[in-house]
Design a protein around this ligand. Structure first.
Ligand code: ZN
Ligand code: ZN
Length: 279
């Protein structure tokens, strides 16, 4: 199975490979810079080569670059839109340099433009990108707080349909749960996967951010919990990890580092749930 974690690039992007191995992952995700500020990826040729070699030698992949949290593709504000497009262009270029297949982005908040206007803004912003060969932008499902879009699977489908880019999707289980998809039971998981397939199409699902949730279904609150220990819980996690339609999809964890547990323990838990399942 392909499972890994969001790991740090501190000290050089190539360090992410060893960090991934240390936690038992074979695929994963990185930020190319601090996601809380506008910053350009600054990746030297040597560390890029070392990252590519390390990945080819030690990992199965894929890697995902998670774009900055400041990016807002839905925004009606011209300056924020321009900065968002510029930032995304630099991320897809960094992905090409690193041989990373995916750049993941949240649609952002429409802040008054309305759902329809926000989805249009996102699609047209994505159309401005010159995405290099071998790189695909993934739209991540959102928890849907405030005017943020992407909580509803229909929003994801709308952006895929309205944009001329070849986009795919990353489903974050904690976000989907917060957005109202009850993933805490086997029936709930079945229903959500079916709805995703009807609405978006499973062929567009390139990555799952596998996270448990600290908040109830439908609260739109985004806080991740250890696998099986949040409100999605053991039954939901077992149903997700062993769902026949999801077995080949890379699982990337963004679980917390707290209570003496981090990625290594959570990845081990995911592997154990898969081994004990009937997938
Ligand atoms: Zn995200
Ligand atoms: Zn996520």
């Amino acid at each position: 199975m392909r499972v890994g974690a969001h790991v740090s690039v501190a000290g050089g992007v190539d360090n992410a490979v060893e960090r991934q191995l240390d936690v038992g992952g074979n695929c994963g995700q990185i930020f190319t810079h601090s996601p809380q500020v506008w910053q350009d990826p600054n990746i030297g040729d040597e560390e890029a080569a070392s990252f590519r070699d390390g990945t080819a030698t030690h990992l199965d992949g894929p890697w995902v670059i998670h774009s900055s949290y400041l990016v807002n593709l839905c925004t009606p504000k011209d300056d924020l839109r321009a900065k968002s497009i510029d930032s995304m262009q630099k991320e897809v270029d960094a992905a090409a340099k690193l041989g990373v297949e995916y750049v993941n982005v949240h649609l952002g908040a429409h802040t008054g433009a309305g759902v329809d206007g926000g989805l249009d803004n996102a699609a047209s912003a994505l159309d401005e990108l010159d995405v290099p060969d071998g790189v695909t932008v993934l739209i991540e499902s959102d928890a849907g707080s405030g005017t943020k879009l992407g909580g509803d699977f229909e929003h994801l489908n709308e952006v895929l349909s309205r944009s001329e880019q070849d986009l795919d999707v990353c489903l974050d289980t904690a976000h989907a749960f917060a957005a109202g998809y009850d993933l805490s039971t086997r029936e709930g998981v079945e229903g959500a996967v079916e709805e995703f397939d009807d609405m978006v199409g499973l062929e567009h699902l390139r990555c799952v951010h596998l996270n448990d949730s600290k908040h109830e279904c439908g609260t739109n609150k985004d806080e991740h919990a250890h696998i099986g220990e949040g409100l999605i819980g053991e039954e939901g996690m077992d149903a997700l990890i062993n769902h026949s339609d999801l077995e080949d999809v890379p699982l990337v964890l963004e679980t917390p580092n707290e209570d003496g547990k981090g990625f290594a323990e959570n990845i081990a838990r995911v592997k154990e749930i898969r081994e004990n399942g009937d997938c």
